[in-house]
Design a binder for this molecule. Sequence first.
Ligand SMILES: NC(=O)c1ccc[n+]([C@@H]2O[C@H](COP(=O)([O-])OP(=O)(O)OC[C@H]3O[C@@H](n4cnc5c(N)ncnc54)[C@H](O)[C@@H]3O)[C@@H](O)[C@H]2O)c1
Ligand SMILES: O=P(O)(O)OC[C@@H](O)[C@@H](O)[C@H](O)[C@H](O)CO
Length: 493
Amino acid sequence: MPVRLSPETLDEIATSGVAVPTYDRDGITAGIVHFGVGGFHRAHQAMVIDRLLQRGEAREYGICGVGVLEQDRRMATAMAEQGGLYTLVLKHPDGTRESRVVGSIVEYLLAVDDPDAVVEKMAHPDTRIVSLTITEGGYNFDHVTGEFVADEPGVAADLRGDGPPRTVFGLVVEALRRRRDRGLEPFTVMSCDNIQGNGHVARSMFTAYARLQDPAFAGWMDEHVSFPNSMVDRITPVTADEDRACVRDELGIDDAWPVVAEPFFQWVLEDDHPAGRPPYEDADVQLVEDVEPYELMKLRLLNASHQGLCYFGYLSGYRYAHEATQDPAIATFLRRYMDEEGSPTLHPVPGIDLEDYKATLIERFQNPEVRDTLARLCAESSDRIPKWLLPVVRENLAADRPVTLSAGIVASWARYDEGTDESGEPIEIVDRLAEPLHRIALTQREDRLAFIANRQVFGDLVDDERFVAAYRDALDGLITDGAHATVERLSRS
Ligand SMILES: NC(=O)c1ccc[n+]([C@@H]2O[C@H](COP(=O)([O-])OP(=O)(O)OC[C@H]3O[C@@H](n4cnc5c(N)ncnc54)[C@H](O)[C@@H]3O)[C@@H](O)[C@H]2O)c1
Ligand SMILES: O=P(O)(O)OC[C@@H](O)[C@@H](O)[C@H](O)[C@H](O)CO
């Protein structure tokens, strides 16, 4: 019989050979409040703290998770039932696994139910870091202007102050204000999302929100709150029922929400935590002064390549990242995109051999055990393509370098957003702009440039003749010859 995961059953689970926390979880202080406890936080930052706790370190840096959205209620329930414990399973390509019960999340609060408890938690003197994995869309900035979007309904309600704060902006800024008023030093706001200059972006968005309420306080924040940049990496798919079944059948653990991830791990973090930080360096975190070269490398090679494989892959009939990347045409296309269009926009990256890095990326994508779905990679494209791929396009256009393969990726997205695959089956477009993007994509059979004429997403790219020619050529191919023939042709072009 599987054992239900809880603090009371840890000893029993340990007897079956699964690694569990052997540190005393009672008395750990929550010095980190984390917004957006999804798969990635639990496979990455929470794993780091667990490793430190296992070494007898960081006992003042336990994690209090926070969910801001109603959708986080399921996580709140799992966390409550399991005392914050969960199983992390790292899957190697040869089928071997490393499994461990992680114990670093010691508390979880649902802001939807009790926003003031969340604000008070952050305002507590024990809190030194507020970290974020709230997705690219969570930062609420306009892709073209870079400005904070103040009329987003949740944000607008927080700004009006009709009730207690409900968004991450309202909650965090209110907590900082209470700390200042109580004479406490501010916590560090540490973004761990896939956004170039994630610390800079977090700084501008949180202070922009504060400025709309109280310009003087925004000035105080800008002067006193630190927002380190970071590059974070570990492919973490959405937990599937088969993962729960696997943890139950193979490890004998009944876990409501385990996490599965690849073994690869990287975290490059700007060393700027005036309120204190865990000894991250003891858990393989690279602390550096300048994160930018690392983050450009990762976002423009790994993340942009994910977009390069997901639409072509899905339209070619694949459903998993490894299936798509094991297709030689797609693998060659990705490698050429990385070499010819992504890499020329990068800065030298200290300590990294880019050739190895790119080869490893293809191997990571091909890991058959991870089972990362193309659906995950195709989701929220309007938040991803403008942040990862369009900067590559713009830099290459400005430098008169090729953009053919990037334009092909954009065209594959446009074809995907028509909402029907090549067998006539419907595609579920998951994107906060799904409805308008789908409507526009449906007109491209008559007007090939309709999709990229959407300046809200693409800015003025439609005015660039070189980009337009490459885009039109790829979209023509997608429509007349199909996705696989087009990616194959582009991979040889
Ligand atoms: N999954 C990965 O492989 C991976 C790897 C590196 C970095 N990341 C970063 O982590 C982010 C989250 O990935 P995940 O796999 O954990 O996703 P997930 O869907 O499992 O979790 C996302 C969390 O963010 C919350 N969230 C979403 N929008 C929000 C908003 N507007 N305000 C507050 N909370 C919000 C969700 O409620 C959820 O708790 C990614 O978007 C990316 O920036 C993910
Ligand atoms: O999670 P997102 O939305 O930032 O992007 C989707 C994937 O590209 C991303 O999650 C990667 O798997 C990850 O960045 C690998 O470290």
